[in-house]
Design a protein around this ligand. Structure first.
Ligand code: SF4
Length: 700
């Protein structure tokens, strides 16, 4: 008999990177966990490229840092336990909490890196096995604002409603609040033509590595890009770039938007944003003059308490120029997390059922309940959004027990010091992870789970293509998949075993049925089609359907087929600088790290290249605070203090500091961030808060 691991080592297993939504193609050659070789392979989104994170992604498979046995806290310490003992303990405590506090006494927190199968089964587990409404996930902190704005404008949220490769033919691309040169470098291959043609325009308060490549860098004051979009919309109309025929044929609602934008002449927008009126007009002229043009937004636009309005303002500009739904042009949102797209479609959101169905829609509830074999009336209603859920932990009326899968909220949630205190107030915290993350280290029970190369599963990348990530090597003996963990817990909670399958293909087949007829219809996608290499962008409503790479070419998803202009007003950041906190802070990523850094901080090569937090600051701002290059700064907001090493960057705005959010302990950027929420998307204002700078002590 052929040893599958040896065979895989020889021929390689074609799969995808475990990290961001570009889901670069790679081939793994697993001689042994510690010696798995990674090779890039040709794949449309990555064009044969991998970034530093992808190249080193296999290191964690054989790392001594990974968890290899369940841990249960006893006498204050996490101690090794058997799976039976750990799962029995968790199920028993869950039953006790539900008996005392009701089903909403327990909560579930998921992640945008979980496969579609895990996200689906997690939502089903919460609503059927636990009966709780209290489930949300860390994707709420990523692009919930863009998702909401996309649904309002187009009737459907698919990050890029066209293949990423379409961008390669663009003459002009406006990137708003995105820094792919650091977050997903291979993506820049798609922007080569626009960059070469002088058509790359970047909107970002920082002069990022991406901005360095742009023909035009617009640097608005933090939290003012909505005003900039209004100024540019005004310029589009005043300078004769309005796409009249497109507006008549494919949109509605322009007049209401123009009533607001009419008073945002570019000179007024310049006063608010600091972006020269001439640059606003030049940017619009570049977009309008291009044969193929795109506007792409990222987290810099999303992560505000006015994020839905801000993204909506950029969509309005794209519509005014006649871009969305046109061959070779469009608007899109750059998804961040590996399965950020699929993770928000299949039921781990507080208000959602699989297939992007709604939990408050009777027909949607009936469809999914029938697939699950339970009465529709037994499904709970919508629950708290991510930050509201974390904020309620351990409070009167709030959840007393929490299960966390694929998320490190002690580092990644806003107002992280407060969130850590709420986690500590729980009666039961259970964390399933591959390493002892900062959140896992606070847990009562830690469950060691498989990594991406040790299991099969599907993900949906940034352009809505569903991909099969394939198992390349067996996991360590005492490690289980998240699906096996959910199965084991569900059975202990009295559920029929067949209702919670642990086989990913069986789970996916059930997901297909649950999503059939929904906005994100996966019913025509199957493992055999994916194994055969089919490029399937959802919706795929039948097994004979070829997929939908470009969703809006013929019509938008609103009943009348038209895109909607949505009126939006500028409000600015929730916190303004004042005498006590005279600067703004913004947060973001660096090339070497992914999200909370739980994985990448444990990869030697990445940690050596980026080992500690830093604060980027203008040299004069540093001097005024008594700081010099390389000294330690305390960055303090109304919520806490981050300690970080000073990097003096002459291109920084003097009113702004930048903190990467991948680091732990006293270096957590989220100790200072503002948890004020967007009224609709419930997105926190992660991208701007008021701070002051001062010299600090020793890094802890
Ligand atoms: Fe590609 Fe993103 Fe992985 Fe880098 S982190 S290799 S850009 S998928």
């Amino acid at each position: 008999m052929v040893d599958p691991t040896r065979a895989a080592a020889q021929t390689g297993v074609d799969t995808h990177c475990p990290y961001c939504a570009l889901q670069c193609g790679m081939t793994l050659h697993p001689a042994a966990p510690a010696t798995v070789r990674v090779r890039p392979r040709d794949f449309p989104t990555s064009a044969g490229g991998l970034c530093h994170k992808g190249w080193t992604s296999a290191e964690l498979l054989g790392s001594p840092a990974r968890l290899t046995t369940p841990l249960v806290r006893a006498d204050g310490e996490l101690r090794p336990a058997s799976w039976e003992a750990a799962l029995d303990h968790v199920a028993g405590r869950l039953r006790e909490i539900v008996a005392e506090h009701g089903p909403d006494g327990v909560a579930v927190f998921g992640g945008g890196g979980l496969t579609n199968e895990k996200a689906y089964l997690l939502g089903k587990f919460a609503r059927v096995a636990l009966g709780t409404s209290q489930i949300d996930y860390n994707g709420r902190f990523c692009m919930s604002s863009a998702a909401t704005a996309g649904i309002r404008a187009f009737g459907l949220d698919r990050g890029l409603p066209f293949p990423a490769t379409d961008l390669a033919a663009a003459d002009a691309v406006l990137l708003v609040g995105a820094n792919p040169a650091e977050t997903m470098p291979p993506f820049l291959a798609h922007l080569r033509r626009a960059t070469g043609a002088g058509g790359l325009i970047v909107v970002d308060p920082r002069h990022t590595r991406t901005a360095e490549q742009a023909a035009l860098h617009l640097s608005p004051a933090p939290g003012t890009d909505l005003a900039l979009a209004l100024g540019m919309l005004h310029a589009a109309v005043a300078d004769g770039h309005l796409a009249h025929d497109y507006l008549s044929a494919r949109t509605s609602g322009f007049d209401a938007v123009w009533r607001i934008a009419a008073s945002w002449w570019p000179e007024r927008a310049e006063l608010v944003t600091g972006v020269a009126a001439a640059d606003q007009r030049a940017a619009v002229a570049i977009l309008a003059g291009a044969a193929n043009a795109y506007i792409l937004t990222g987290r810099g636009t999303d992560q505000h308490a006015s994020g839905v309005a801000a993204v909506g303002a950029w969509i309005n500009l794209a519509l005014a120029l006649g871009l969305p739904g046109q061959a070779g042009s469009g608007w899109g949102c750059l998804t961040g997390q590996g399965n950020g797209q699929g993770g928000r479609e299949h039921g781990q959101k507080a208000d959602q059922l699989p297939g992007y169905r709604r939990l408050d829609d009777p027909a949607d509830r009936a469809h999914v309940a029938a697939v699950w074999g339970v009465p529709a009336g037994s499904l709970p209603g919508p629950g708290r959004s991510a930050y509201e859920l974390l904020d309620a932990l351990g409070t009167p009326g709030g959840p007393r027990g929490l299960l966390v899968f694929g998320s490190n909220v002690a580092v990644s949630a806003p107002h992280a010091g407060h969130v850590a205190r709420r986690l500590a107030a729980l009666d039961l915290l259970v964390v399933a992870d591959v390493v002892l993350s900062e959140t896992a280290s606070l847990a009562d029970v830690v469950l060691p789970v498989t990594q991406w190369a040790e299991e099969d599963g599907t993900l949906t990348n940034l352009d809505g293509r569903v991909l099969l990530r394939r198992k390349a090597l067996p996991p360590p003996a005492e490690v289980r998949t998240d699906l096996e963990v959910l199965h084991g817990l569900a059975v202990r909670l009295g559920q029929p075993a067949a209702r919670f399958p642990a086989d990913p293909e069986l789970v996916f087949d059930e997901l297909r049925a649950a999503s059939a007829g929904g906005p994100a219809d996966y019913s025509g996608i199957s493992y055999p089609r994916l194994r055969a290499g089919a490029a399937l962008h959802w919706p795929v409503p039948a097994v004979t359907h070829p997929g939908t790479p470009r969703v809006f070419l013929d019509r938008f998803a609103h009943p009348d087929g038209r895109a909607r202009f949505v009126p939006v007003q500028h409000s600015g950041p929730a916190e303004r600088p004042d005498g006590q906190f005279p600067l703004h802070a913004t947060t973001g990523r660096v090339l070497q790290h992914y999200q909370s850094g739980a994985q990448t901080r444990r990869v030697d090569e990445l940690r050596d290249a980026a080992s500690e937090a830093f604060v980027e600051v203008h040299p004069e701002t540093a001097r005024l605070a008594g700081l010099v290059e390389g000294s330690l700064a305390a960055v303090t907001s109304r919520r806490g203090t981050v300690t970080a090493r000073v990097r003096c960057v002459p291109s920084m705005r003097p009113d702004l500091v930048f903190l990467p959010f991948h680091f732990a302990g006293a270096q957590r950027a989220n100790l200072v961030t503002n948890p004020v929420l967007d009224l609709v998307s419930r997105m926190p204002e992660l991208k701007v808060c008021a701070v002051r700078l001062a010299p600090a002590g020793i890094l802890s």
